[in-house]
Design a protein around this ligand. Structure first.
Ligand code: AMP
Length: 535
């Protein structure tokens, strides 16, 4: 067991930088990967999840071993999404705070390419990229990979899920053969094994623990309500947990915005985070969430991917994800670092079978929780208020006002004063919950899940997405392909396309289907607000 970063062989500049970030000792993935990357040759396949500290595991040794006197591109890091690209680049820049010649450029889709070209032309000894954008830049002859000696493939399974196989082949073919390759993946499906065989030389395979150890500390609950009461149930759950610090997951951008707007309107400390916001808006929301000025972040799965907040009290599934596996990612955001966490799903009766499927994947069972009654919420809030009063710091300065206050309140008894002080806050809840109905659905036979009629069975590994626009608006297959690639899907990720008058069926890689639908939903194309349905 290594207790500090010096023992791993890192130089003092890097040790200072990580110490300033509050890293006290290396995580298991860092303990294993850093010495190998510093002292040994050879390729590594590392099975580790987000949240394990893998960015520092590959980042610190590459900063130490690269030639910082040269602006030739020596390191290429590929990852699946824009969010991850930005997160890796922020992390590496903070690790390289005292490394003067470190020059990183991040290039990713959905952002101005001209600006990225200008940055690359100024020189970058490290490039962090999403595959589609990287291919584009190679084709435009802006990026030269002929001197790359380290290739990092981060979240390789996700890159393949997004259909980036062809792009990866193209990029790797531009890197020298004698490079070192380090591949990170949460899982090892045959596709990942395939690229490891193809791009790597006798890689050592390292497995680092489970997703995040904290997942063991997460308790899972579902609340059964009628679909129309979902929002009311959310409010009750939040009101019943006055110290909540959590993420509310929604399925689409539109839903995310609507729920956040409603929460804000109803006086909650919430904000939305989704792909339609500008980078500045997202950064602003995230910094407020990180410093806990915000207590609820309402987010889509895609937008939440890059979030590295570790001490959430709750994860709330306002709507369950379409892919049951996604639930694990969501709930894994709480219960980290030895803390306990609560993952909540608000469901209607039809969704009970989804819970069963998730339980199988999780290997854990959900407990059914009752939506608190109005009275329960009020008493919880009252006791919270009492605690707050008890724990309030009393400053000396108040003493000079005490005699005035005492004479002003001389006609009130102590009990009267307590009642009035508590009522300032309590009345709000009392008023709201005065006639609050019971939101729990009485237990009864579970109806079978609604059957979705589909045109044809999709090819294996693909899922249909139905888009609410078609030939009547002059849509062509080529436009659909462009639309899909703009959402970050590689060519392999797109299957058959069937155009109809008012809608289009598109086969997309199953693993990417939700991400794509999420990005399409609420966006506009040729004057039409898009609605994408999966399956
Ligand atoms: P990653 O798996 O690279 O996404 O890292 C997850 C989070 O853990 C990030 O917020 C890092 O800043 C943080 N982290 C990485 N290494 C350490 C460490 N040794 N000690 C404490 N936090 C760390």
């Amino acid at each position: 067991m290594i207790d500090n970063f010096e023992e791993l062989g890192l130089n003092p500049e890097l040790v200072s930088a990580v110490t300033e970030l509050g890293f006290e000792k290396p995580t298991p993935v860092q303990e294993t990967v850093i010495p190998k990357q510093l002292d040994e040759d050879g390729d590594i396949v590392c099975l580790a999840q987000t949240g394990t500290g893998k960015t520092a595991a590959f980042g610190l040794p590459l900063i130490q071993t690269m030639n910082q006197d040269s602006l030739d591109t020596q390191v290429l890091i590929l990852c699946p999404t824009r969010e991850l690209c930005r997160q890796i680049s922020d992390d590496l820049n903070s690790y390289a705070k005292y490394s003067k010649g470190f020059k990183l450029v991040a290039v990713y889709g959905g952002s101005n390419i001209e600006q990225q070209i200008r940055s690359l032309r100024k020189g970058a000894n490290v490039i962090v990229a999403t595959p589609g954008r990287m291919v584009d830049l190679i084709e435009r002859k802006v990026a030269d990979l002929s001197l790359v000696n380290r290739l990092i493939l981060d979240e390789a399974d996700e890159m393949l899920n997004m259909g980036f196989k062809e792009e990866l082949d193209a990029i790797v073919s531009h890197c020298p053969e004698n490079r070192r390759t380090l591949l990170f993946s949460a899982t090892l499906p045959s596709e990942v094994e395939g690229i490891a065989k193809k791009y790597m030389y006798r890689p050592e395979i390292i497995t680092i623990g489970k997703r995040n150890q904290g997942a063991e500390n997460v308790k899972h609950y579902f609340y059964l309500v009628e679909a129309k009461n979902r929002y009311l149930a959310l409010k009750r759950i939040v009101d019943f947990n006055p110290h909540i610090y959590g993420i509310v997951f929604c399925r689409t951008r539109q839903e995310t915005q609507e729920i956040a707007d409603s929460l804000i309107r109803d006086g909650y400390n919430a904000e939305a985070l989704h792909g339609e916001l500008s980078q500045t808006q997202r950064d602003w929301v995230m910094s407020r969430f990180r410093n806990k000025t915000l207590s609820l972040l309402v987010a889509t799965d895609v937008a939440a991917r890059g979030i590295d907040v570790s001490d959430l009290t709750h994860v709330i599934n306002y709507n369950l994800p379409d892919e049951p596996e996604q639930y694990t990612h969501r709930s894994g955001r709480t219960g980290r670092a030895d803390k306990t966490g609560i993952s909540i799903a608000i469901i209607n009766t039809r969704e009970k079978s989804k819970i069963k499927r998730i339980e199988k994947i999780l290997g854990k069972t959900f407990a059914q929780a009752k939506v608190p009654t109005g009275k329960e919420v009020c008493s919880k809030q009252l006791f919270n208020l009492i605690d707050q009063i008890e724990n309030t710091e009393v400053k000396e300065e108040i003493n000079e006002y005490m005699s005035v206050v005492e004479s002003k309140w001389s006609y009130l008894s102590k009990e009267d004063i307590i009642r009035r002080v508590l009522s300032i806050e309590f009345n709000r809840f009392l008023e709201y919950y005065k006639h609050a109905p019971d939101l729990n659905v009485p237990e009864g036979p579970v109806k079978s899940e609604e059957k979705v009629q589909k045109a044809k069975d999709p090819e294996k590994g693909y899922t249909w997405i139905r888009l609410n626009t078609g030939t009547r608006r002059g849509i062509t297959p080529r436009q659909i392909i462009r639309l899909m690639t703009a959402c970050g899907l590689g060519k392999k990720g797109i299957g058959r396309i069937e155009l109809y008058n008012d809608f289009t069926l598109i086969e997309v890689s199953s693993r990417a289907a939700n991400t794509i639908a999420e990005q399409l939903n609420g966006s506009s194309y040729r004057g039409k607000r898009l609605v994408a349905q999966v399956g």
